[in-house]
Design a protein around this ligand. Sequence first.
Ligand SMILES: [Zn+2]
Length: 583
Amino acid sequence: MDSHLVGSGLARIAVVAAIMSLVIENGFVYDPINKVNGEEIDIFVRDGKIVKEVNKRKARVINASGMVVMPGGVDIHTHIAGAEVNTGRLLRPEDHFRDVEIKTSITRSGVGRSIPSTFTTGYRYARMGYTTAITPSMPPLLARHTHEELDDTPIIDKAAFPLLGDSWFVLEYLQDNRIEECAAYVAWILKATKGYAIKLVNPGGLEAWGFGGNVRDIDDQVPHFSITPREIIRGLCKVNELLGLPHSIHVHTNNLGKPGNYMTALETMKCVEDLADGDKPIIHITHCQFSSFKGSDWRTLRSGAEEIARYVNRHDHVSLDLGQVIFTDTTTMTADGPFQYILHQLSGNKWVNGDVETETSAGIVPFRYRRKSYVHATQWSIGLELALLIDDPWRVFLTTDHPNAGPFTSYPRIVSWLMSKEARKRTLNRISKKARSKSPLESIDREYTFNEIAVVTRAGQARILGLKNKGHLGIGGDGDISIYNIDPQEINPSKQFRSIRRSFEKAAYTIKDGEIVVKNGEVVKSLEGRTFWVNPRVSESLMGSVKQIKQRFQDYYTVQFENYPISESHLAFSSPIQVEASV
Ligand SMILES: [Zn+2]
């Protein structure tokens, strides 16, 4: 076993110190946060951090001439660990047979195409130059398992979002307008589960699903509570601001995956408009492609991307990620239990449904997106339309909602679509004729620049997550760097989109905390990534309210209050972020 995988934090620090320093010379650097746009500058790293300079004679030097240098990739939304992912692996042995990673002297073996095992997940991200990935749906009661899998995922840094939009305690606090007590409870949950941000999935709908139902829109009443999805979204948005969390609320909208739902997405963004403080987005709509459907049924489905983009272009309190569809076999998994049930009925594919106490649900269904399907091809178009019609790349991020719309290993293909109208046209020519005739893609000329690619795959994601040392190459930043074998002065991405894709598939170098972990697309070193979590400090008097919940567990619950907290020592490499709440 690789000692770095099991090493303690102390052992790791010793390793970093031994590496000392690194220089990356002559590369074309894209560091949008520091407004570096393809300039040939040298990057220096010492003890895992970007520094102003190092003694070159004592440093390891990488000659990156003729190559692109970017901060390590950051993925804001990818299902890589926890109960639903593991259940998906159990449901789909066929996903594993076809895709095997063989053990090397450095890496461990693994399997899985759309739901790779933990080791394989870490290696595959690192090979593409990614160094941070966030898993977005952690039931609080199953946090221990989620973190155990994250600990088992090598190289990359990670974090997990606890699901809070259907928690009974949250619903109770919010229906009684006890926002501050709700904030104290959320602070406690984040600390107890070592969570990073507030995740809402089909708010209110999962509670209804516990009784076989759903909510119809954001003003529908949640059964057994006097609250609506709108009030849950607004309430948790206020809680988020009171706690001063680094990220905004992270929302999977109601009615996801249903024709006509672009209206629900618009209503969801609008419903917190008045809470915006102009500083930074206060709501993140995740995998927005799945929430941008016009039409009244599958036959009349059309893209609602233009309306969504128009709204986002006029309002800066919103950010979103794509959930870009890839034509392939994959596995859908979400806490949106009722949606997964519909997908099971539509596809006839096998299905697992899960329910976690009084917190959340989940469903998993294998799925194949087909080029010739009108619906799937329209979905493919919608994702790209969002990316191309939203003007500000700092608020729209490249994801596939892995593995829901496709595996994360497809990101380089999406990069090539974004950078090349020709690449889009090639795919358009092969999709359903009806979808092609309705898609506006052919009339959109925009092609992303390298700088914009750096924004939507790392800088923007790090900024919106509030990860201050990620997504940039400024002094004090983490020594997470990717180098791609692309010469921006030689290559024309618009025409040579295949080379672009291949280069982003296999980083020339991936550097993590100042160590070379990937060279020429192969993992050359495996080390342990951090787990970020947020520890909000709330006043003692307010925290007292959380203790009242304890009695309820004793009186009514099959689990105990004490089942929730995970001690920090349980995390292999804990990296808490302290925030001072304003309550
Ligand atoms: Zn998701």
